[in-house]
Design a protein around this ligand. Structure first.
Ligand code: SF4
Length: 525
């Protein structure tokens, strides 16, 4: 067993200029003694021997399948002095389960976590597993931040308040920036801000093969004052992986026709394109360094020596070679939206905001453009502004009526709740959660219309604007279009983090709003 300890992932990113290299480990199914488990363990142990690899990142039920828990493998690695980043996703645990898992991780010495909403479950024992999504990645980041600050909990029968010992998590998050449409890209950027504001201290982006979009991410963050280290996601392709991504199997990961054709051509060689794919990944590492990413997040189905080889090839390139590689690895999608104009010399991103986008913002703010917005949305906005906005005469009246109803017997409350439901089921397919997010999402219900009940912005799961689950448009893309007609889209995620209160299920959301019991009346940021 190695006796040396690698520098902490946190200190490498926050206190040094080291270009950090991480490798993703996808856990296997079954106990660690299974063949798959033994293979991942062997790979992990070999990687932990390489000083070039700074951290190993362990996925959490990747792809929505049940896998061995990440900390089983992680415990072996941290005992060897290896830095580990544990993925923590919201798909299989509610907030209590996540908190409990976080305490377990903190107690076992895991400090680095990557907070994710997570993939939608696709399988399970005797049928597909139900998705949880009690909170999302933003909620998880906020909860971890409060655990780091010393979480206040009530204990015992007396419900006495106690401040718990601080955890020391170094939390990160993901951004899915390689999207095609404006109504996908911009909400991802807004959510990135929200993740950072709520505790993400490092960012890993989604896999992508477009250097201009990679460049744009860093330039957008700089433009928006978001200064946290970003790791460039380099998935080492093979022909099988290129075909898998080309078939849109992973939301937000695109292999274009051109890139697939290149992969097929290279895979025709005697080594099935292996040398080409390793060099292709090494070129992406060079681009990452050249653009100013703080490191790379390597993934793929490789042997430990192959990961090492990728980093060695990257080290052999000349200082400016990355500029040519960037021109080579720029596989953009048809009509792909970019926030910035291209830089025609480098073929990367300029810092001039997309002129067509700016023009569309101006157009959208005019009355003419509002014609494309559903009438129901306009009516709901008006009703909300008259009756549900704090400080209005309508809100004061609603509060008085709610207080009066509360004093009446349960029968009256039931009748009025029934009336509210009759209206909201017809208009929004309301699920009676009692903690209404309709005003937060341009009058689209996350309970009935979002498979992951995302209340703090979109997950990364859109494919060409559509939700990864089913064939519907993503509610956040629709909300973006609606809000843009009123020039309000940039503020769409500006509110406090939304935590749906499970205790309100089956109660009147209107009364809860007027009496300040729901998230609109609770903590502000
Ligand atoms: S509706 Fe949007 S946010 Fe909700 S699961 Fe689908 S893609 Fe994700």
């Amino acid at each position: 067993m190695s006796t040396w300890r690698k520098s902490s992932f946190r200190s490498l990113l926050q206190e040094t200029n080291t270009f950090v290299a991480c490798v993703e480990l996808v856990n296997s199914r079954g106990v660690i003694a299974e063949r798959g488990g033994a293979r991942v363990l062997k790979l992990a142990r070999e990687l932990s021997q390489y000083p070039q690899i700074h951290a190993l990142c362990i996925t959490d039920n990747a792809g929505g399948n049940a896998m061995l828990s990440g900390d089983t493998l992680g415990t072996d690695l941290i005992s060897r002095g290896q830095e580990v980043v544990i993925h923590l996703s919201c798909k299989d645990w509610n907030r209590n389960g996540l908190q409990s898992q976080a305490w377990k991780l903190a107690s076992e010495g895991f400090n680095n976590v990557l907070a994710l909403s997570g993939d939608y479950p696709v399988s399970g024992y005797k049928g597909q597993s139900s998705a949880v999504f009690d909170i999302d990645s933003v909620g998880l980041l906020k909860m971890i931040s409060e655990m780091n600050a010393g979480l206040k909990v009530s204990v015992g029968q007396s419900k006495k308040n106690q401040v718990l010992k601080r955890t020391r998590f170094f939390s990160g998050a993901v951004v899915n920036n390689h999207k095609r449409y404006e109504r996908e890209v911009m909400p991802q950027y807004f959510k990135l801000r929200k993740k950072i504001e709520n505790g993400a201290s490092f960012i890993i982006n989604q896999i992508g093969y477009d250097a201009r979009k990679q460049d744009e991410l860093l330039k957008y963050m700089n433009y928006s004052g978001l200064h946290v280290p970003v790791l460039y996601n380099v998935y080492v392709l093979s022909l099988a992986a290129a075909r898998f991504f080309h078939a849109d199997n992973i939301p937000g990961v695109t292999v274009t026709d051109d890139l697939l054709a290149l992969a097929e051509k290279q895979a025709d060689s005697a080594d099935k394109g292996k040398a080409f794919f390793l060099e292709f990944a090494a070129k992406q590492c060079a681009i990452a360094k050249g653009l100013g990413f703080r490191g790379v997040y390597l993934g793929g189905h490789l042997k430990a020596s192959d990961y090492k080889k990728v980093l060695e090839i990257a080290d052999q390139f000349g200082e400016d070679d990355w500029k040519d590689f960037a021109k080579e690895i720029c596989f953009s999608q048809t009509d792909e939206f970019y926030f910035f104009e291209p830089d025609l010399t480098t073929q990367l991103s300029s810092t001039e905001v997309n002129r067509e986008y700016l023009h569309s913002k101006h157009l959208k703010a005019t009355q003419v453009s509002k014609q494309s917005i559903p009438l129901s949305y306009k009516i709901n906005r008006t009703i909300h502004d008259l009756a549900f906005k704090k400080g209005t005469a309508g809100f004061s009246l609603g509060k008085k009526i709610s207080q009066a109803i509360e004093r009446k017997n349960k029968g009256t409350q039931k009748i009025l709740h029934g009336l509210e439901q009759a209206v909201k089921i017809a208009a929004f397919d309301c699920q009676d959660c009692g903690d209404c997010s309709l005003p937060d999402i341009a009058y689209l219900c996350p309970e009935s219309q979002c498979a992951k009940n995302q209340r703090n912005g979109p997950c990364g799961g859109t494919k060409q604007g559509k939700c990864e689950v089913g064939e519907k448009e993503c509610i956040w893309s629709l909300a973006y279009d609606r809000l843009k007609a009123y020039d309000e889209e940039e503020q769409m995620l500006d509110g406090p983090v939304v935590f749906r209160d499970g205790a309100l299920k089956g109660t009147s959301a209107w009364i809860n709003t007027f009496l300040g019991r729901d998230h609109h009346g609770k903590d502000k940021k």
